[in-house]
Design a binder for this molecule. Structure first.
Ligand SMILES: Cc1cc2nc3c(=O)[nH]c(=O)nc-3n(C[C@H](O)[C@H](O)[C@H](O)COP(=O)(O)OP(=O)(O)OC[C@H]3O[C@@H](n4cnc5c(N)ncnc54)[C@H](O)[C@@H]3O)c2cc1C
Length: 494
């Protein structure tokens, strides 16, 4: 089934979610002003699956169910699926101007397909049965990896309370305790897919768990994250009039997960595979959504430049070109990582991990420059403007309008503010920095992935230096260089 946006919203009302917002339990999240904009953003992923202009992009033929499914529940069965994912993310990023929340689940599903395949037997069979159900019901999956982690220099067994962990294994399932933080769209989801946030070592099996549960499973409590200028959501100063992102803390108070929904339980090599595969998929994903978000910010800056009469000034034109060029740089890297796909023996296609990490690394930097240039073009009023409600006031409104200018100008200023340091800056800037891993996480992978020997060998060959020991045949050296074309770099040297 391909749910419609209305069916999606109704399905959220059928849950018995335990959700707290600003210290109060929320009865119906779908009508809460702090939650609804984020639900609208997810609903856009359902709408595109029915829109004749985007149906092909937003859906795919599932080999598991034989039916057409929403792309956010689909396996990357063809290399083309990786590229289409990026294009869909760009469209949605531009359409919503925020995070539409289904990517972590999609990338998690694909990573876990690979990891459970490697774990073998019942692990994979259970996972495939679960995934069929997810595809059939067109569900939103919260990909829950990040633990609170406490002291980053201590391993999980030294501080178990800072990690989600198995506290009991019973005949009817295992019991989970702990928390996951930064959970994108969790309160708008149908299921939580918990996964380890890092590779685990021998002795850390209780932390190497991957399992699925309904968002309203007994013992699950969600608490909505507080974001700058949140209280403006739904009002005239929201900035983004239609959509919003969402981050949630999830508390797991002895949640029983039946064995049928346990996909990994202490399989350490599969757990490492899972974390590495996810990092690749998700770091490339940022080359889809973030350029889409930046399109909105660039558009708002261009709109303001028009309003201010400076659009033709050479430095403004140059700044707009620079902003667009930075967005396209990220997109190109995401597409590049996707185009150098390799097939895992499970049948899922993986991105080039080197380019995926380069893509995400640029995402931790370039959007900050785009924001800086947008703030430059917007002028100081983006930070000092009165509320748009004041502009409507019968007494002060007319005079204020002369100060602030047109509705176009006022609303574009709010949008730039929202995306620069308002509620939208969490999905945009902070998510760019930390989502899918902070910058150093990418640099670590890059150092490990880069084939240093190939580079040194290329230099030695052209400098007329003899081959190094073990690499003495000239044709072998040449092979090593030529093999680079079109292939992801193997982690040949560490
Ligand atoms: C908007 C947003 C959305 C997100 N969505 C999701 C989601 O849906 N699902 C999910 O599971 N996660 C999600 N994340 C989590 C994201 O993956 C993490 O934020 C990221 O991995 C960084 O972890 P952290 O926030 O704990 O920061 P930290 O890991 O604490 O990093 C902070 C700084 O400490 C440094 N550091 C960390 N550990 C060490 C160490 N051992 N030694 C030296 N330096 C260290 C880092 O390099 C960095 O500079 C999201 C995050 C954000 C901000």
């Amino acid at each position: 089934m391909l749910r419609t946006p209305d069916q999606y919203v109704r399905s959220l009302q059928a849950r018995s979610l335990v959700l707290y917002v600003d210290g109060e339990r929320v009865a119906d999240p779908t009508v809460h002003p702090r939650v609804r904009p984020a639900i609208n953003a997810v609903a856009a992923t359902y709408a595109l699956a029915h829109d004749p202009r985007t149906r092909e992009l937003a859906t795919a033929q599932s080999e598991l169910t034989g039916a057409r499914v929403n792309r956010f529940t689909h396996l990357f069965a063809q290399p083309e699926d990786l590229r289409r994912k990026l294009e869909l993310q760009r469209v949605l990023g531009r359409l919503t101007g925020t995070c539409f929340q289904r990517c972590v689940g999609m990338d998690g599903i694909n990573s876990l397909f690979i990891a459970t395949f490697e774990a073998g037997g019942e692990h994979h069979e259970r996972f495939v049965r679960w995934l069929r159900q997810v595809q059939r019901d067109d569900e939103v999956i919260d990909g829950a990896m990040t633990d609170p982690k406490g002291n980053r220099n201590q391993r999980p067994p030294q501080q178990p309370e800072h990690y989600l962990r198995v506290v009991e294994r019973r005949p009817d399932g295992l019991v989970l305790r702990g928390a996951k933080i930064h959970q994108t769209g969790a309160a708008n989801s149908h299921q939580i897919l918990v996964m380890p946030g890092m590779a685990m070592r021998p002795g850390e099996e209780d932390f190497a768990v991957a399992a699925a549960m309904p968002v309203d499973a007994p013992g699950v409590t969600m608490v909505l994250g507080r974001q700058p200028s949140d209280e403006r959501k739904g009002g005239p100063d929201a900035g983004n009039a239609l959509y919003g992102g969402q981050e949630v803390v999830i508390l797991f108070d002895d949640v029983l997960v039946p064995w049928e929904r346990v996909f990994l339980d202490g399989q350490l090599p599969a757990c490492t595979t899972l974390v590495e595969a996810f990092a690749g998929f998700h770091r490339a994903s940022y080359g889809g959504c973030k350029p889409g978000n930046l399109d909105v910010l660039i558009g708002a800056a261009a709109l303001l430049a028009d309003e201010h009469g400076v659009r033709r000034a050479s430095h403004v034109r140059d700044k707009l070109v620079e902003m667009a060029h930075l967005g396209e740089t990220i997109h190109g890297l995401g597409l590049g990582a996707s185009s150098k796909a390799t097939r895992h023996e499970s049948g899922v296609h993986q991105v080039d991990p080197l380019l995926a990490n380069v893509c995400k690394h640029h995402v931790t930097r370039l959007p900050y420059e785009v924001v800086r240039l947008a703030e430059d073009i917007a002028g100081g009023l983006m930070a000092t403007m009165p509320s748009l409600a004041d502009l409507e006031h019968p007494e002060i409104g007319p005079a204020l309008r002369t100060v602030v200018g047109s509705d176009e100008r006022a609303r574009a200023l709010r949008l730039v503010e929202y995306m620069s340091y308002g509620a939208g800056s969490v999905p945009l800037r902070i998510e760019c920095m930390h989502g899918a891993g902070s910058p150093q996480a990418q640099r670590i992978v890059l150092e490990r992935r880069i084939d240093w020997a190939r580079r040194v060998d290329a230099a030695r060959r052209l400098a007329g230096l003899p081959a190094r020991e073990g690499d003495d045949a000239d044709d072998r050296r040449l092979d090593h260089q030529i093999a680079a074309a079109g292939q992801p770099e193997a982690a040949a040297t560490k």
